[in-house]
Write a protein that binds this ligand. Structure first.
Ligand code: ADP
Ligand code: MG
Length: 709
């Protein structure tokens, strides 16, 4: 056979293009019409830049080139061969079948493809083709079944190399996407100026941007692939860290709102509460009070496990803000959560000896005259505390004097949304930066805190209110599932409610939704025909989700079947069982979050983890969830077993914008953080002419950050 075709690198062109070209919609690319663009959007791709940075899920190693006489059963190989004969047939099942006999002088082998009748037009007798795939066996002879193939050409895309395998969605096939990415990378990579300054690149031994982008898609070999991944991961974290440092810098120098707070007011609020604060709550509150008293705006993260009592700490801060004559806003990610907070605040303020606060709720379902009235009340200052959803950051909302912004479940909001709330601060004397308290129930391992929260001060509530019963957790083998159902039924018959979480499906949310619908129907028809079941999945409209959650919270449903969307902090004290199917596929922190949905009332509660394929590793992980109720321990275990990508690139981090996160590791993270820190010290304004591209990149990624000042 001829030698493998050399990988051809197009000659590097001078970097001339404006990065603006990267913002162009995908429809500007040849072969991408509006319909394809819509499908690509489902993969999170909307601009040319998205496509350049679209990472392969994995690579098929078809670089192993062999002659036909040396093929071995089961191995992944590539052959280069001539088509001797082709044949089209119908199988008895009615599917079409296309067969080609191939030779390379050393021998003959057959390849078969199913349901691809058009291959008859493409693969012709006498043609030279490259075939890659696993060697199969049929009736004692070696063969290929539905292998990748392409005509022999100077540069192979689908065979004979490390072939990228991209995430796909309905209507987008792998070969088409590969070609699209290849054309885009070939055109753009050499035209992009590298925003990492030479000094940084040299010091950390990083590939130039164009090489890294080419190699991450079409690597020449494993070493080049690793080097390109390292460059892109370093790059992204470096820009991210610079953004954090910059934000901290800007916030620290911004004028705050001095609040006059006396200890008596604080005492009065605390004493009026229906319970005594835990030590951890007191410590967090003391730190917050110190922040509110300083002229620098507060930037504090309040981290505490589900049920640790963050809301009351936020409420105290709001009480103090009100007593000092200013307004507060509390933003939550869903309507139902906002409503819950609204009622909680009313309860917490019930015995407060001061002037009763005017608290209002602003969500998407507050309409018409009521909405106008709230807008007016916020603008003239007659409302002291507003609780709401994204509605709070919409255009018409203005405050007279909003000195404290609280964001609950902050990881559910994007950077830009968090900043938007902050930008609503200000009063008649001009704009100021309000104090900001962000809350999260997702523990981040301490070793990652500096990386993610370097711009914030962190308070941890690491103590549960007294009298809380731990949720009893059991790992269940699949064969015990029937017993688990019986247990659920018994709980429901005793007047309680239950959750059943469907397995995580990573390919697409559509498939996940479909399997959730199937599971729901099966459970309703076969297992629990006499009970009231509800369904919740990510493909439902927000209003449908809210309605289902509300029905469950009101006790109108016995069992809620859900995908992982149920995670957010809703309080249904009557729910006592959380059953998780396919538990081994979830992160430990996420299982812990699920578990936090139960055990919120006076009844003993249970978490049943059903594990489908108990590998020793999965068993070990699940045993940790069984054994501990400490979210930090679980987060740390997750980090050790799955790496930092699990936190950085997902919703849990609050920075899902991090696309390269899966490529990183702890060592690289520390290297980057240290590098960014030194770099920032040397040029905090990024004003050095050699750093202009980098400054622009930071600005792009952290859109709007500069405006805060
Ligand atoms: P989370 O931190 O998950 O937001 P919440 O603020 O919703 O937790 O508090 C959970 C529950 O614990 C609430 O019902 C709250 O009233 C109660 N709680 C909070 N702090 C205490 C405390 N110090 N003692 C007793 N119960 C408390
Ligand atoms: Mg909460």
């Amino acid at each position: 056979p001829p030698p493998p075709p050399p990988a051809r690198q197009p000659a590097a062109r001078p970097p001339v293009a404006e990065p603006a070209g990267l913002q162009a919609p995908l429809t500007t690319l040849r072969g991408v019409g509006p319909q394809q663009a819509q499908r690509l959007a489902r993969l999170g791709l909307s601009t040319v830049g998205d496509l350049l940075y679209f990472l392969p899920r994995r690579y098929d190693d078809f670089s192993n080139l062999k002659t036909i006489n040396r093929l071995e059963y089961g191995e992944e190989v590539t052959i280069i061969a001539t088509v001797v004969r082709t044949e089209v047939r119908q199988t008895r099942g009615g599917t079409g079948l296309f067969k080609a006999v191939l030779t390379d002088q050393s021998g003959y082998v057959e390849a078969t493809w199913f349901n691809q009748p058009y291959l008859e037009e493409r693969i012709r007798r006498g043609q030279q083709i490259v075939v890659s795939g696993k060697v199969d066996e049929y009736l004692g002879r070696l063969c290929f079944t539905s292998p990748e193939w392409e005509p022999l050409q100077r540069e192979q895309l689908h065979t004979a190399r490390l072939v990228p395998v991209y995430p796909l969605t309905a209507g987008i096939n792998g070969r088409w996407l590969r070609q699209l990415v290849k054309r885009t990378v070939d055109f753009w990579a050499g035209r992009l100026p590298d925003h990492l300054p030479d000094s940084v690149r040299q010091e950390h031994d990083l590939l130039p941007l164009d090489v890294a982008l080419r190699q991450v898609h079409y690597p020449d070999n494993r070493e080049q692939l690793e080097a390109s991944r390292r460059r892109l991961a370093f790059d992204e974290m470096f820009v991210f860290q610079l953004g954090l440092l910059r934000q901290r810098h800007v916030w620290r120098s911004a004028p705050g709102r001095l609040l006059t707070i006396d200890d008596e007011t604080l005492q009065a609020f605390v004493l009026s509460l229906p319970f005594a604060l835990t030590g951890a709550q007191q410590r967090a509150l003391a730190a917050i009070v110190a922040d509110l008293r300083s002229e620098r705006p507060m930037n504090r993260l309040l981290q505490g496990d589900v049920g640790s009592g963050k809301t009351v700490v936020a409420a105290a801060a709001m009480a103090l803000t009100m007593a000092a004559g200013a307004q507060s806003a509390l933003m939550a990610p869903t309507e139902i959560l906002a409503e819950q907070h609204y009622h909680t605040l009313q309860r917490l303020f019930a015995q407060w000896p001061g002037r009763p606060p005017v608290i209002r709720l602003l969500t998407g379902s507050v309409l018409g005259a009521e909405r106008e009235e709230i807008y007016a009340g916020l603008a003239d200052g007659s409302i002291d505390i507003v609780v709401g959803t994204h509605a709070l950051i919409q255009e018409p909302v203005t405050f007279r004097d909003m000195a404290l912004a609280v964001i609950d479940e902050q990881h559910r909001f994007g950077v830009v949304q968090r900043l938007a709330l902050r930008q609503k601060g200000g009063n008649a004397d001009g704009p100021y930066t309000p104090h900001m308290l962000v809350m999260t129930a997702t523990p981040i391992p301490r070793s990652l805190q500096l990386t993610l929260w370097g711009h914030l001060d962190v308070s941890v509530i690491d103590e549960m209110p007294p009298g809380r019963q731990p949720v009893e957790t059991r790992v269940i083998p699949p064969r015990a599932r029937e017993r688990a159902y019986a247990f659920l039924r018994a709980q429901v018959e005793g007047g309680r409610q239950a959750f059943i979480i469907c397995p995580l499906v990573e390919e697409s949310d559509k498939i996940e939704a479909r399997s959730a619908v199937e599971e729901y129907e099966r459970l309703q028809k076969v297992i629990f025909p006499d009970l009231r079941l509800g369904l919740l999945h990510g493909r439902m409209k927000p209003s449908e989700k809210e309605a289902t959650m509300a029905a469950f919270a009101a006790g109108e449903l016995d069992i809620l079947v859900a995908t992982s969307v149920v995670e957010v902090g809703i309080d249904v004290p009557n729910a006592t069982v959380m059953m998780v199917e396919g538990a081994e596929r979830f992160g430990l922190s996420q299982l812990h979050q699920f578990r936090g949905r139960v055990g919120r009332g006076e009844h003993p509660s249970y978490c049943l983890l059903v594990s489908d394929s108990p590998s020793p590793e999965a068993e070990e992980r699940l045993a940790v969830v069984e054994a501990t109720t400490d979210g930090f321990v679980l987060a740390q275990k997750d980090l050790e077993m799955r790496g930092p990508g699990e936190f950085l690139g997902t919703q849990q981090s609050g920075f899902p914008e991090l696309k390269m996160a899966s490529l990183t590791n702890m060592r690289l993270l520390e290297e980057v953080r240290e590098a960014a820190f030194r770099f920032f010290e040397s040029d905090p304004e990024l004003s050095d002419p050699a750093h202009q591209l980098l400054a622009r990149r930071v600005q792009e990624v952290w859109q709007g950050v500069g405006e805060v000042s």
